[in-house]
Design a protein around this ligand. Sequence first.
Ligand code: 4NP
Length: 159
Amino acid sequence: MKQRVLFVCLGNICRSPAAEGIMQKLVEGEGLSDRIEVDSAGTYGGHAGDAADPRMRRAAAARGYDLTSRSRKIVSDDFDRFDRIVVMDDTNYERVHRMAPDIASAEKICRMTDFCRRHRADHVPDPYYEGADGFERVLDLLEDACAGLLDDMRGLVRD
Ligand code: 4NP
């Protein structure tokens, strides 16, 4: 069965595009591109149409990830389209939860840091007003969480 995952942050220019790029690379590396589809969105639409923040693109590129997505705001149709909606922090969680049209949709929402196995964190911090260290910290958490998420999904995408 095909699984569709949507990563959500605030602006969809830093954290969630990076999560999308990291997950995409892991999925391709395991030959699961026809089984797992990834996308990202933001709860704030002010950057709609923008490429990922250049600071995040640079930091991600240094680790081998090419971030090509364009920012978009999450829409109610996303609850139909996606099997899992993975949010970066409590504010995203609350905003997305408020949009959920029914209980089944609300149950699709989970926190990115719940999939971390090497790091202890309860959210992926917003790096927008931070220095370079903030972007590296975000990538450390996202690499850890994407590996955990892929492992969690393995059983769902097997033949
Ligand atoms: P993101 O970071 O939610 O990780 O994409 C931010 C991007 C933009 C803003 C805040 C956070 N902003 O205030 O415009």
